[in-house]
Design a protein. Structure first.
Length: 668
């Protein structure tokens, strides 16, 4: 098993979790000449932006109406622990979100209106700062966005009926933003009792993200920040336009930063060298964002940062573990339809954009810039197995630095334990169950646990989940390839591009008109369910069954469109289909697109078969835990209505707050 795991790793020693001990924040980071200092020591870093640290914009659980949610303590700690393990020391979050007309953010905003702030949002930032202090990671906090994504300058202006660029010059609009600055810097953390302006976990306040601010605005806001908070560094937010002379001359601007992408610079090294030369040793400088480039190009940037004495660099961007299992994912709009967020410590699912190699390089450079040797790997923490309703849908909360997991099964919570899934990546699928126990036997009840693995070895086992009663077998197809199908016809293809439109699912079957997929199972089919995406036309595939694989008969289906908007990315509509077999000996199921909808894309297919005769056939069962993965579809086919009510009650006990119910009225 150890040899098999080694084949999965680029280098077990380099990519595994670093052993550096967490250090609590104590002193403030200061500026001295062109150097950042922590006490009498140079403070330098190589790290990642973690934009979602205080607000998740990528919660694409299938049943959710929009992708926004507040991160919890597990997720925040996982993110900061990942930065710590790679030796990063510091990270940069995204801006304080502002209510925006037409956005799907809802109440996931820090600023509701001028002078009206969302306590729920700042409570999350309180938690971020508390955990940052515990892990020793420093935060760069940009205060406002130049762009639309989370609301920014345009929203402050629109609150007063003004145009976006009035944000820089209109007295009322500027005073509105200054209210946000005052509220934020003076806020007292509800968890630690420390005012933000007195919290050393904050590396510095950035005036904003990629601003187009006027010199007068920059001077005014930097003066206000420094007056309110002399403890922290003030970082210039004019990051896309080279080094601004006004920022070099402003005594209240402590640090200069620049951002670099293919659409702004053809040569990162030349652009950064030019910025460094223009600063001329007057102030500290770090590269606040860079990315969407080859590992060789990124390594050249990191070497330049180290060799020139630049204070640091932060790649764009890292996403962390999801509390419902797996990771959060983010396709980058400017990433040439290739680059996605990175996941520590790197996985095969990111090989298209060299994730494992880039994270390997970043970790090495993170220690090199600090003058330290790369430490040996340490064991990952134990994962946390999530409640299991069905052996075909097993998930866990991953451990920072783990590269793979084994799933173990037993007939008793005390064991003995048998490995039923080896070297499973929790980055292989997006917002779906991580593992299906295809060897579970109908009529048995099992207990499960998971073990995290990296180059240092195996973690302690997770908690034990169970007993899980097996009432049916499942064929599960994640649509990576055609290996689970018996046949396919027409121009069916596997899609990975434009994943943002399909809830970041990078494995889908694209089904144009007159294309079909056929599945075969060894015992009679009971029921099936399909997760798919379609366009403006509300089209779904036709499902038919066969006993011999030749003569197919249509099967009744129920569909549940999920009510989501197109957002800023043009999301396709998620739809869940379910049905039960109307032919007792059918062993073949065909999925066929007969509509003109060329956007029809299948995401996950599940077929139950060979079930326990004591279980009502054809009832498609989900429970509350699955609500975080896809909707709770309950097919109330007479006489099974009482069982459906039981499932709703179970969902409520498990904390499910949203249940989609489909009632089929059968006229007899």
């Amino acid at each position: 098993m150890r040899a098999k795991l080694a084949l999965l790793l680029w280098s077990a020693g380099l990519l595994a979790a670093a052993s550096a001990e967490p250090r609590k924040s104590g002193q403030f980071v200061t500026a001295r000449g062109d150097r950042l200092m922590l006490g009498e020591q140079d403070y330098r870093f190589m790290s990642f932006n973690v934009p979602n640290l205080h607000l998740v914009e990528d919660n694409f659980a299938f049943a959710e109406p929009n992708p926004w949610r507040w991160p919890n303590a597990f997720e925040i700690r996982d993110a900061l622990e990942s930065i710590r393990q790679m030796g990063g020391r510091a990270t940069r979050i995204y801006v304080l979100s502002v209510r925006r007309d037409g956005s799907d953010m809802g109440e996931h905003v820090f600023v509701r209106s001028p002078g009206e702030f969302n306590e729920d949002a700042f409570a999350v930032l309180d938690l971020v700062l508390q955990i940052a202090n515990e892990t020793g990671i420093r935060l760069v906090i940009p205060l406002v966005d130049n762009w639309k994504w989370w609301g920014g300058k345009a929203e402050y202006a629109r609150f007063r009926g003004k145009q976006p660029d009035d944000f820089w010059t209109d007295e009322q609009v500027i005073r509105d933003f200054e209210q946000t600055v005052r509220f934020t810097l003076n806020r007292v953390n509800t968890l630690t009792g420390v005012a933000y302006k007195n919290d050393p976990a904050i590396l510095g306040w950035e005036t904003g993200n990629e601003l187009d601010s006027t010199p007068a605005w920059t001077r005014r806001i930097s003066t206000l920040i420094k007056k309110l908070d002399p403890n922290h560094l003030v970082i210039d937010g004019n990051a896309l336009h080279g080094v601004q002379q006004v920022s070099l001359d402003d005594p209240n601007i402590d640090v200069i930063t620049t951002h670099h992408y293919p659409n702004t610079d053809s040569d990162y090294v030349a652009a950064i060298s030019k910025a460094h030369a223009r600063i001329g040793g007057k102030k500290p400088y770090f590269v606040g964002e860079f990315g969407f480039a080859s590992p060789d190009e990124l390594e050249r940037v990191m070497d330049l940062i180290i060799d020139k004495g630049i204070s640091g660099g932060m790649l764009w961007s890292l996403r962390f573990h999801n509390r419902d299992g797996g990771f959060y994912w983010h396709s980058e709009p400017s990433g040439e339809n290739l680059y996605k967020s990175y996941h520590w410590p790197g996985f095969a699912s990111g090989d298209a954009y060299d994730e494992r190699r880039i994270l390997n390089i970043t970790q090495r450079k993170a220690y090199q810039i600090r003058g330290l040797d790369l430490p040996p790997p340490t064991l990952p923490a134990a994962p946390e197995l999530l409640p299991i309703a069905d052996a075909s849908r097993i998930s866990w909360r991953g451990a920072a630095g783990a590269m793979a997991y084994d799933v173990e099964r037993a007939n008793s919570p005390e064991g003995p334990w048998q490995t039923v899934g080896s070297d499973i990546s929790d980055a292989a699928v997006q917002y779906r169950p991580l593992f299906s126990d295809s060897r579970a036997e109908v009529g048995q009840s099992y207990f499960y646990r998971a073990v995290a693995k990296n180059g240092a070895g195996d973690s302690k086992p997770s908690n034990v989940a169970g007993p899980v009663a097996v009432t049916t077998k499942w064929l599960v197809d994640e649509c990576r390839d055609f290996s689970a199908t018996a046949d396919h016809s027409g121009e069916v293809s596997v899609l990975s591009r434009q994943a943002r439109k399909t809830q970041e699912d990078v494995h889908r079957f694209h089904m144009p008109k007159n294309s079909a997929l056929t599945y075969a199972v060894p015992e009679p089919i009971e029921a099936w369910r399909i997760l798919l995406f379609n366009g403006a036309e509300a089209a779904v595939p036709e499902i038919s069954l066969s006993t011999d694989g030749k003569s197919f008969h249509a099967c009744p289906t129920e569909s549940a469109p999920i009510p989501v908007g197109q957002g800023d990315y043009g999301y396709l509509r998620p739809v869940a289909l379910a049905g039960r077999s109307n032919r007792s000996e059918a062993r073949y199921l065909r999925v066929e697109n007969r509509s003109e909808n060329t956007e029809l894309q299948l995401s996950r297919i599940e077929i139950s078969y060979g079930g326990d005769d004591a279980r009502p056939r054809g009832v498609s069962e989900f429970d509350g835990r699955d609500a975080g993965l896809y909707p709770s579809i309950l097919l109330f086919h007479k006489p099974y209505h009482t069982e459906g009510v039981t499932y709703v009650q179970r969902a409520a006990k498990l904390g499910c707050t949203k249940v989609n119910v489909i009632v089929t009225l059968l006229c007899e």
